[in-house]
Design a protein around this ligand. Structure first.
Ligand SMILES: Nc1ncnc2c1ncn2[C@@H]1O[C@H](COP(=O)(O)OP(=O)(O)OP(=O)(O)O)[C@@H](O)[C@H]1O
Length: 710
């Protein structure tokens, strides 16, 4: 037996002990559900406790199986180790212990001590003598024989924890050899074999967590504190999505109470993307985080109309916020001394508030600018208060019941309804889109005549209730709803692909995070909507966090260097300033082929790709997708829809507009010029398409390439 075999065997035994302890935890949690519900005198307490125990038990049971640890830290005995001197910790996706108060067999990757695992380096070992990474077979559920490799880095003073057989580095702190971890060494320059193997593994199915291999600069972002909003500008494949999801899991772990009060929301660009990332948080033990799109968050009903781009551009413009505010407050009757006095009968007496007094109240409340619905009630209560003071002057103290009755008295309610009427967002927006004068009054000084025309309905619905709203209208309705009543906010929101949000969509996010913080993830170069951000400061201001720092991520984990170089050819033409990035991957293959018959070439390419491991993504102009699918089907190649993430569906044909955020081992990009010409920001779209490849990119074209790619 070699020293490596001996070590592996010991670690497998340790893993089995962890597995047994975990089984005990699941059993214990189930038991506590049963006993916990009966143990309390108060039904409410039992209810709360029962709920917590049930969700803990459910969480444990639902957790996908995977290896229980991926790393180990041996601290040295010196002063730098502090409380951890001489200690050994295993790091995994969740804490495992034989008993709640016993020292953990495995420490959660989010625990403070685990930070050292990600941050320790030769320059600053942070008291760590040896950092060990475990190499598990790809897709392993944690069977002992799947532990196939170890990789030790000796960072600090030797502590006898390293395996000589695997630690080639001999105290230099460089990554050691990897046993059988399957690292291809060469490929991912400058990183250890196990990390290299993880980055280069063929992709199948949904996105995976990266808890085992988070890099120091990513870890800084993941662990920044809850109150800190931040914006990550990162080139394709630099791990923005991964960072955002791990940050969500970290925040829930570290600030459970503060987050649970408001909740945590992850926003992605579309449902296909949400589907793709949907397994990451459950794998990290978090099953209760809301994952949604901005469109779904703001939807007050189904989207039943489609705007032409010119109308959508106006609707998404920041100026609409002022137009809507004006339209809403135009409903408040202009007091200007025109009010009649209100008389409220009360038994034998009629109390009176003069028109002048009412005008003063309305004026005053307007100036305070509360949410519209609050303003309405404020007017009511202040008018009632005037009556109360008058009554008390004459007849002594009045009680609350009396005050309530006065506030709800019909004449006073009639005044409030007339002066500060109840409104719905739908009604206000419908009036704006129906009546040119109403619109002109609200849009004066904000929108030009031509812009106003684009907003007006060509066919006016019979009533606002039967109006068909577009996706952009839903955002405007949400803005109005937010002016009427402040929505409940989240404790934290992670916004992915944030560059694509319009100013009005940003405001919808801002409304939901007024007291919370944001993690904003994006890449200006990948902005494809007509209203995409061109710089971060302005965008962050719309998001309500103008002071959030913009932090670049520049190391790419997906796209191999040669493919990055091709895509970077487009950057100059995209009109945005983004920091250059470098790829960790030196491997990868790129082929740009001009062909006569694109369909025939595609069939041939896909067949060849299927001879190798991993997923195949065929990406084309949206309009061309059906015909390409048909061509592949005719050749006997089965293809899947983008949402199908089963391992069986190896070939996906997807429209260019759905590709954002996704990745495939082998990408065939069909007819780049057609993709670039299909839309206003077609070159940005092409940049997204070309950066989806993990291992190989083939570009097939019969038309000339866009000039920036030649
Ligand atoms: N530290 C890491 N270790 C291993 N894999 C990583 C690491 N960071 C990122 N990756 C992998 O790199 C790929 C790209 O990551 P991700 O999708 O998060 O990037 P992105 O910046 O959001 O890309 P895009 O802008 O193209 O959407 C994913 O497969 C991810 O798992």
């Amino acid at each position: 037996m070699t020293p490596l075999d001996r070590e592996l065997s010991q670690e497998r035994t340790y893993h089995q002990a962890c597995r047994a302890a975990l089984a005990g935890m699941v059993e214990g949690a189930d038991e506590r559900v049963v006993t916990g519900e009966n143990a309390f005198a108060s039904g409410a307490d039992a209810e709360v406790l029962g709920y917590q125990l049930r969700s803990w038990a459910k969480e444990l049971r639902q957790e996908p199986q995977s290896p229980l640890f991926f790393g180990r830290l041996d601290f040295d005995d010196g002063g730098a180790s502090g409380d951890h001197a001489g200690q050994r910790y295993y790091i995994g996706r969740r804490r495992i212990s034989e008993h709640p108060s016993a020292p953990p067999l495995v420490v959660d990757w989010r625990a403070p001590v685990s930070r050292t695992f990600y941050q320790a380096g030769t320059r600053d070992p942070l008291g760590v003598a040896v950092r060990r990474r475990f190499g598990w077979a790809p897709g392993s559920l944690g069977a002992p024989e799947d532990l196939t490799g170890l990789e030790d880095e000796r960072l600090g003073a030797p502590a006898g924890g390293g395996v000589d057989g695997t630690g080639e580095a001999g105290g230099t702190g460089e990554a050691g050899a990897t046993g059988e971890a399957g690292g291809t060494g060469e490929a991912a320059g400058g990183v250890g074999g196990i990390l290299a193997a993880e980055i280069e593994r063929p992709r199948v199915g949904p996105m995976r967590d990266i808890a085992a291999t988070i890099q120091p600069e990513q870890d800084d972002l993941v662990r920044s504190e809850l109150g800190q909003s931040l914006c990550v500008q990162g080139a394709p494949g630099t791990g923005k999505t991964a960072v955002g999801l791990h940050r969500a899991a970290y925040l829930l772990y570290t600030y459970p109470q503060r987050i649970q009060r408001g909740g945590l929301l992850v926003l992605g660009p579309n449902r296909t993307f949400l589907h793709y990332i949907g397994q990451v948080l459950p794998a990290l033990g978090e099953i209760d985080i809301r994952q949604s799109t901005v469109d779904d968050e703001v939807a007050r009903g189904p989207v039943r109309a489609v705007d032409d781009e010119a109308a959508a551009v106006v609707k998404h413009d920041a100026r609409m916020a002022r137009v809507l505010r004006r339209a809403l407050y135009a409903r408040v009757d202009d007091p200007a001394g025109r009010y009649e006095a209100v008389e409220v009968p009360d038994g034998s007496y009629r109390w009176r508030v003069s028109g002048g007094e009412l005008a003063r109240i309305v004026e005053e409340v307007r100036a305070e600018a509360p949410p519209y619905a609050v303003g309405r009630e404020r007017v009511r209560s202040r008018a009632a208060r005037v009556i109360q003071l008058e009554a008390e002057r004459r007849a002594g103290p009045m009680n609350n019941t009396w005050l309530q009755r006065i506030s709800r008295a019909r004449p006073l309610s009639a005044f409030v309804d007339a002066a500060w009427p109840k409104v719905t967002p739908e009604e206000v927006l419908a009036a704006l889109f129906t009546d040119p004068d109403t619109l002109a009054a609200a849009a004066d000084g904000e929108l030009g005549a031509e812009e106003q025309k684009r907003l007006l309905w060509s066919r006016v619905p019979r009533s606002y209730k039967s109006a068909k709203w577009s996706a952009a209208d839903q955002v405007l309705l949400d803005e109005l709803a937010g002016l009427i009543e402040r929505p409940q906010g989240y404790g934290h929101i992670v916004v992915d692909e944030a560059q694509d949000l319009s100013p009005m969509q940003c405001r919808a996010v801002a409304r939901r995070s007024g007291f919370g913080s944001l993690t904003v993830l994006g890449d200006l170069a990948q902005g494809t909507t007509p209203w995409a951000a061109r710089d971060w400061p302005r965008h962050l201001a719309h998001l309500g966090k103008p002071d959030a720092p913009v932090i670049p991520l520049t190391t790419g984990f997906r796209v191999p260097e040669a493919i990055v170089a091709l895509a970077n050819g487009l950057l100059g033409a995209l009109g945005v300033a983004v920091p250059p990035s470098r790829s960790l991957r030196r491997d990868g293959e790129l082929a740009v082929r001009r062909v006569q018959d694109v369909r025939a070439a595609l069939v041939e390419s896909v067949r060849a790709a299927l001879d190798r491991e991993g997923s195949v993504g065929v990406i084309a102009r949206d309009a061309d997708v059906p015909e390409l699918r048909a061509a592949l089907a005719a050749a006997g190649v089965a293809t899947a829809e983008p949402d199908d993430l089963t391992a069986r569906a190896r070939v996906t044909v997807l429209p260019a507009t759905v590709a954002k955020g996704l990745e495939y081992d082998h990408v065939v990009a069909v007819e780049p010029a057609a993709i670039a010409e299909a839309e206003e920001r077609g070159l940005h779209r092409l940049y997204v398409v070309l950066t989806r490849a993990v291992s190989r990119l083939e570009v097939l074209h019969s038309e000339p390439l866009p000039p920036a790619l030649r």
